[in-house]
Design a protein around this ligand. Sequence first.
Ligand code: CP
Ligand code: NVA
Length: 281
Amino acid sequence: MKHLPNLLCFSKKDLLQIIKLGVDIKKNPANYSNALKGKTLVMWFEKPSLRTRISFEAGMTQLGGHAIYLDVSTMHNKAKIKDEVKCLCRYCDIMMARVYDHNTINGMMEASSVPVINGLSNLYHPCQALADIMTIFEHMGKDAVIAYVGDGNNVCNSLVNAANIFGMKIKVATPAEYKPLSKPEYWTSDPREAVRDADVVYTDTWVSMGQESEKETKIKKLKEYQVNKKLIGERYFMHCLPATRGSEVTDEVIDSNKSLVYDQAENRLHIQKAIMIALLK
Ligand code: CP
Ligand code: NVA
């Protein structure tokens, strides 16, 4: 049995297979309408979500299975996570969790007898990065050069992991104090430098969920990292969403015909299906 806490637990071959499956599911969804018939997914949420929640839930329905949304704030306070996870495993076939602390994912994996998927922790967002690489392959092919500009957060960590695994060039521009945990081949504090030979420029919110107390400081330190028309020119634009328009990206860029944000969001659906099929195989 395999879990998906981050992309580093998978080989390039495994991840390419998942993307290939996602592409086929996108092309021929009807061929997969019974792929997970009778299977149940539990979706454990400590934080808000739109794309992750709905793409997993709709994805499970479209594969013939069923998904249950579990809002952690409605659970018993006194219960230990491991006890609740051990019970959940008696009811479901697979779990996805969005948590504040990545250690919660580690604890869930330890207690679980069914696959656990990280649907975003403070450190990683592996499902997002797989959908993003699928989107990049579709629009630019496998040799695309990626620039990530802004906060070196969970989304950046997983994108760097994905690029490293697939052997793609990624250049990251963040302030020195917000460097990503995952090591990109190339880091700079200058956004123009990172963007120079890139085909696509990626950014994410400057204030991730759980960092609200750092909001003022982060906005101040990151304001030179806004992705605007002057920085990006005619390059493609990507963002995992939700975006804070006017902060990390301007309306002009996110609404332009080079913006891939809704394609990325759509590909979450196809990739989540591929991930669940691969883990339940
Ligand atoms: N990109 C993403 O994970 O979006 P949600 O927070 O809406 O799930
Ligand atoms: N970095 C963001 C991503 C949201 C999908 C956050 O963690 O809030």
